[in-house]
Design a protein around this ligand. Structure first.
Ligand code: ADP
Length: 500
């Protein structure tokens, strides 16, 4: 199904593109080479703006600024409450510019504007305030080691952090990294994805307005193998935090190891199962499968890209899901009736279609979709569901990152657990059942970082999120999300003539 793509201008005022340069040491500057790259509107393939293309020299300048701000600047030295005040101000400024910021990501990434306003941007405001609230509550512990010695621990900022950010949730991926790092007292260089550079530059501007000192938050726009690799291999970057594909995560870890052995936090891909048992409410289960597979056009690391359904309800479930998928409106992301916009760019669009072709060639059956939708040269793809999928097919092994899911049938709970764990990934899993026993057993049996029972996408700023296995390591959100930007230092002192 697809809604009419009426002129976008009738839905909303288009955002103006103000910031297109690198943000280094508190100033917007051209790249050293003077080069630029184009960022594209996925609704029609047209150029939105030319953006400064940062490379190694620009990363060097940004790291130098971040290093100076860490080694000599006020940010890591001020009381946490002062950092909190500035972060709260930043959250307020984002709130004042909420529609503009949501619109920037819709334009750049094809994300739903209605959801950006209702979810993406309000959620980052929540995340910033959450970590601002933690900034003055960072403290270690006191240890009575023995009669002769005692110790205390100091939690100190990691230093200069490199954040390498993906394009699927430009706002959340920026602030899931930047907010805890700011609260911890770190300074940083952020590289947004080349597909979605617009909003990150706007955030840099707002951070300056809020009072974040120059050099603390630098943004270098550019490509992965150049600007990104310059960050991960930099000798003066103390840590790298990355969200993106498994392949790139591997490159980043290699570069970190080969340079200064900097610690890395990696949030990588997934092939998350949604397991639906015979006793499930079919309406709820099919809604969860639909949303799990198609939310954000499937461009989400925790997409329910494998839907495992017990045999007793399989046929009825398939019918229901197919009906709903066919009625799912695809179209202009600024149209409030639309639920699925275009894929982020041509490369992603082509990659998804080639996986669909692969699935057909390998003998899977198309239940719905399977084709591009012809709309003003935009990168739209039909909601696509495969059945008759076998364990060794590429479409069940690889992360596709598009509106494509695969249905599989199972008989017993043991079989479901085995099948769910049959993946190199371990990011999330969903379970739909009325049985507490089944839910508990399956929750403990699945090797994945998040388990969602009778719900899906159960995210919150206070709830740790991150992978098992090749989905990476290092949690985002919650206290864990803050502590990965902190070192623990043990300070030991002798006690003479202690009576205890
Ligand atoms: P996708 O494949 O979904 O586009 P990637 O994992 O390639 O996602 O990209 C996520 C981020 O990693 C982007 O900011 C991208 O520019 C960056 N990146 C890509 N390749 C490298 C690399 N070799 N080193 C560092 N960063 C990279």
């Amino acid at each position: 199904g697809s809604a009419d793509s009426t002129a976008t201008e009738s839905f909303v005022m288009m955002p103006s593109i103000i910031f297109t340069k690198l943000f280094i040491n508190g100033e917007f500057v051209d790249s050293v080479s003077g080069k630029t790259f184009e960022t594209i509107d996925p609704r029609n393939g047209e150029v939105i703006a030319k953006i400064a293309e940062g490379d190694k020299e620009d990363v060097d300048l940004a790291v130098k600024a971040a290093r100076a701000a860490f080694d000599h600047g006020p940010w890591p030295r001020m009381p946490g409450s002062e950092r909190a005040k500035i972060m709260m101000k930043l959250a307020d400024l984002i709130e004042e510019n909420l529609e503009e910021l949501a619109a920037l990501d819709s334009l750049d990434a094809g994300k739903l504007f209605s959801l950006g306003k209702a979810m993406d941007i309000p959620d980052i405001i929540g995340v910033i305030r959450y970590y601002a609230g933690a900034a003055d509550k960072i403290h270690g512990s006191t240890l009575k080691m023995s009669r002769e010695f005692q110790a205390y621990t100091l939690l100190e900022p990691m230093g200069v952090v490199g954040h390498i950010v993906p394009w699927n949730f430009p706002a959340m991926m920026f602030f899931i990294k930047v907010s805890p790092a700011l609260a911890a007292g770190c300074t940083m260089v952020v590289k947004p994805a080349e597909q979605t550079p617009l909003s990150a530059l706007y955030y840099a501007h707002l951070a300056k307005l809020a009072g974040v000192p120059d050099g603390v938050l630098n943004v270098v726009t550019g490509f992965g193998p150049t600007a990104g690799a310059a960050i991960s291999s930099h000798m003066d970057v103390d840590m790298v935090s990355f969200t993106g594909s498994l392949e790139v995560g591997r490159e980043i870890m290699k570069a970190a190891a080969a340079s200064n052995l900097k610690p890395v936090a990696l949030e990588l891909g997934g092939k998350s199962p949604l397991i639906i048992f015979d006793d499930a409410d079919l309406d709820m289960a099919s809604d969860l499968a639909l949303l799990g597979s198609l939310f954000n056009k499937g461009e989400i690391c925790v997409a329910s890209s494998r839907v495992l359904v017990q045999e007793g309800i399989y046929d009825e479930f398939v019918k229901k899901l197919a009906e709903k998928a066919k009625a799912w409106p695809v179209g202009d992301p600024f149209d409030p009736q639309v639920r699925q916009g275009p894929q982020v760019d041509k490369a992603q669009f082509d990659k998804i279609l080639s996986y669909i072709e692969h699935g057909k060639r390998e003998g899977a059956t198309l239940l719905t979709g399977g084709k591009p939708i012809d709309k003003k040269k935009g990168y739209y793809i039909e909601p696509t569901i495969f059945t008759d999928v076998k364990d060794d097919m590429l479409i069940i092994k690889d992360e596709i990152f598009g509106p494509v899911t695969a249905l599989m049938k199972f008989k017993t709970i043991e079989e479901a657990i085995k099948s769910a764990n049959n993946t190199k990934y371990g990011l999330a899993a969903g379970i739909v059942t009325k049985s507490l026993d089944v839910a508990n057993t399956v929750s403990r049996s699945i090797r994945a970082g998040s388990i969602w029972i009778n719900c899906y996408f159960g995210f919150d700023k206070d709830c740790p999120f991150g992978g098992y296995k090749m989905s990476g390591f290092g949690k985002d959100f919650g206290a864990d999300g803050l502590h990965k930007y902190l070192h623990t230092k043990s300070v030991v002192t002798p006690i003479y003539n202690s009576p205890w």
